[in-house]
Design a protein around this ligand. Structure first.
Ligand code: ZN
Length: 273
């Protein structure tokens, strides 16, 4: 064998071995926080299950899911590789502190809704939940999310809320204080999956679907500039800040979901940096 041929042979061997190993890698973070969006990598063509769902896998092998506020972990992700081998990955979950937050001065009718309103609230919440079950094959959620408006953060995700002295559910998103009429930008691209100017508890409400089960919701809006089915690009104006529904004053509530699991928009912003 000529020296040049030998060199090629030596080169070819480790290169092939390396390529094979790279294709078969399964990469998830070893640990994550409550309320986070987790992105992982699996061999392209794998079948992936987490939390009773089969996850969509991109052509390049990316997968994503959300971790709930009260998730204790460890999380188990089952990957069936194209070669048939099933591998379970575990992720530990770092707990967070959830302070108690008293919110006084909200309209009493939104804290103790009249009995005749109960059916309306149930119907409205069911419609929003249905929008969150969407599982589109779009990867808008992989964009680097931006803040929908500037301003002081007046309420954090996960805080245990007490409305007018009555214990309510945990705060499901982040509140950003701003004047009524402030334009709200789409934090990432997507399709408008829900839009209603007048829900009882959340007022002017928009849901944007970012694909793979991820969605953003914008509540208490004074104005809606988009309709269900519209494609919106990151940074596009979708509506305006208001104080409609259960609110003490003008602010934007931005929530995020992975299907029904609520995740923390602040962690999604932090990961984008
Ligand atoms: Zn809020």
């Amino acid at each position: 064998m000529k020296p040049f041929g030998l060199l090629l042979a030596l080169f070819a061997l480790p290169l092939c071995a390396h390529a094979e190993a790279a294709d078969n890698r399964i990469i998830f973070p070893p640990s994550t926080s409550q309320g986070s969006m987790v992105i992982g990598k699996v061999p392209s063509g794998s079948i992936v299950h987490y939390d009773g769902r089969q996850l969509r896998v991109t052509a390049y092998g990316s997968v994503g899911f959300g971790v709930g506020r009260d998730e204790k972990g460890p999380l188990t992700i089952k990957v069936r590789r194209p070669d048939g081998e099933v591998i379970a990955s575990e992720i530990s979950v770092t707990p967070r502190d959830w302070p108690i937050e008293r919110v006084n001065g909200v309209p009493p009718k939104t804290v103790n809704p009249p009995a005749k309103i109960a059916a309306r609230i149930r119907r409205e919440q069911a419609a929003v939940s249905a929008a969150r079950e969407r599982n589109d094959d779009r990867t808008d959620f992989t964009e680097s999310f931006i803040r929908p408006i500037d301003g002081r953060i007046s309420g954090r995700f996960g805080n245990q809320r007490i409305y007018n002295g009555k214990p309510g559910s945990a705060h499901s998103g982040m509140d950003i204080a701003a004047a009524t009429g402030t334009p709200v930008k789409a934090p990432a691209s997507g399709i408008v999956s829900f839009a209603d100017a007048d829900l009882y508890l959340t007022g002017g409400t928009i849901v944007i679907d970012h694909g793979f089960g991820f969605s953003s919701n914008f509540l208490h809006l004074s104005r809606l500039d988009v309709n269900v089915g519209d494609r919106v690009e990151q940074g596009q104006i979708i509506g305006a800040v208001g104080s409609t529904g259960r609110a003490t004053g003008p602010h934007l509530h931005w929530g995020m979901n992975w299907f029904t699991v609520r995740i923390d928009p602040q962690l999604v912003l932090d990961a984008a940096r």
